[in-house]
Design a protein around this ligand. Structure first.
Ligand SMILES: Cc1ncc(COP(=O)(O)O)c(C=O)c1O
Length: 370
């Protein structure tokens, strides 16, 4: 293979370009344009929520969601340990206390047994994040949360278009968040969404996104907010991308299943299968986990890069983040599954336009290396 195969190339088609150029021509470019509202409405309909608020990133969506739920200083919030740092940051920015849950080695989502150990009367909320492949097992998780009267934020950034049983991911709990970064199922370049069925939360999120401008006196602000607005240009792209979500998801499933069929025969690696009882796998990324700790993922990534193949390491767990160690955010407890995944997991190119010849090349090199 002569050309380098990157981990991701975003899908952009003629309709996306037309959609963006039409709002440019109309001069509707700021966040105040009609496409933002239309994107929010269409998105709500797609995931079956009453209200949605478009924002500038998935990280911004999480920060707003945590604040909108009224989380305060020293409140305990459960989060996955194996996840993006944005989950922890949203909690820390409200001076609340993140409590980590280890992950499950089969699904890479939170381990329910560990959730049961960590939840207590002090827990105010939980961020349930769907990681890489499958939905979390929402029924038992929500049952536990109900018992402890814990508020639920569902981080569905990686799973737009995935269902838990027959219900869309991102339609559970008090509030849910999404990302439209360039590697997601829908992209607006950068961007995110918050969705909820509660009118009060919706209004709070809208205000927090827009500097909490005063209701009676515009420049006398109601609260400490952010400018986390999305532009009308981004929303125009979002609408066009949303219109082909099912097609994109179908293509990603095809790619994931192709890799799974060819690579799962290799006993030195684990890939998440196409289905488990409660969730299909829409393969946001195709993750490879090295079994038996034979070799570190970082070594394989370097070798793949030298062969012209892009690859990225898995998330680095929250309890091992240098920045959090310096700030003594987490205690010295061990989270063996998160530590294992972060050292032995990586993901390979699986963008919608990847060619079969490129996948075959990647498969052959992986089988040689591992
Ligand atoms: C699970 C999860 N949540 C939140 C985010 C943050 O989204 P963004 O990059 O749009 O800020 C990401 C980023 O990829 C993510 O994977």
């Amino acid at each position: 293979m002569k050309k380098f195969i990157p981990v991701n190339i975003p899908s952009v088609n003629k309709k996306d370009i037309q959609s963006i150029s039409s709002v440019l021509k109309k001069r509707w470019i700021s966040s105040d344009g009609p496409e933002v509202k239309s994107f929010e409405k269409k998105f709500s309909k797609k995931i079956n929520r009453k209200y949605s608020v478009a924002v500038s990133s998935g990280t911004a969506a999480l920060e707003i969601a945590v604040k909108a739920l009224g989380i305060k200083k020293n409140d305990e919030i459960l989060i996955p340990n194996f996840t993006i740092i944005s989950n922890a940051l949203a909690v820390i920015r409200q001076n609340a206390k993140p409590i980590l849950i280890d992950c499950d080695l089969r699904t890479w989502n939170i381990k329910i047994d560990d959730l049961k150990k960590k939840i207590s009367k002090k827990t105010k909320a939980i961020i349930i994040t769907h990681i890489y492949s499958f939905s979390n097992d929402m029924d038992p998780i929500l049952k536990i949360c109900k018992k402890y009267n814990v508020k639920v934020i569902e981080d569905a950034a990686e799973v737009i278009g995935l269902k838990y049983k027959n219900r869309m991911c991102g339609s559970f709990g008090d509030i849910s968040t999404f990302s439209f970064y360039a590697n997601k199922q829908i992209t607006t370049g950068e961007g995110g969404m918050i969705s909820t069925n509660k009118l009060e939360l919706y209004n709070k999120c809208k205000s927090l996104r827009n500097l909490c401008f005063g209701k009676n006196q515009r420049f006398n602000h109601d609260d400490i907010g952010w400018n986390y607005r999305i532009t009308n240009i981004q929303a125009a792209l979002g609408i066009s991308q949303l219109n082909r979500l099912e097609k994109t998801v179908k293509r990603k499933i095809y790619i994931g299943n192709y890799y799974y069929k060819k690579l799962s025969k290799n006993n030195n690696i684990y890939l998440t299968p196409p289905k488990i009882t409660y969730s299909e796998n829409i393969y946001w990324v195709v993750g490879i986990l090295i079994k038996n700790k034979k070799v570190l993922a970082s070594k394989i990534i370097k070798k793949l890069n030298n062969l012209g193949i892009g690859a990225r390491p898995f998330f680095w767990p929250m309890h091992e983040q240098d920045v959090f160690k310096r700030k003594r955010i987490f205690s010295n407890k061990k989270y063996p599954n998160s530590s294992y995944l972060s050292r032995y997991g990586f993901y390979i190119p699986s963008f919608p336009d990847i060619k079969k010849t490129e996948m075959d090349y990647i498969i052959s090199k992986l089988n040689l290396l591992l």
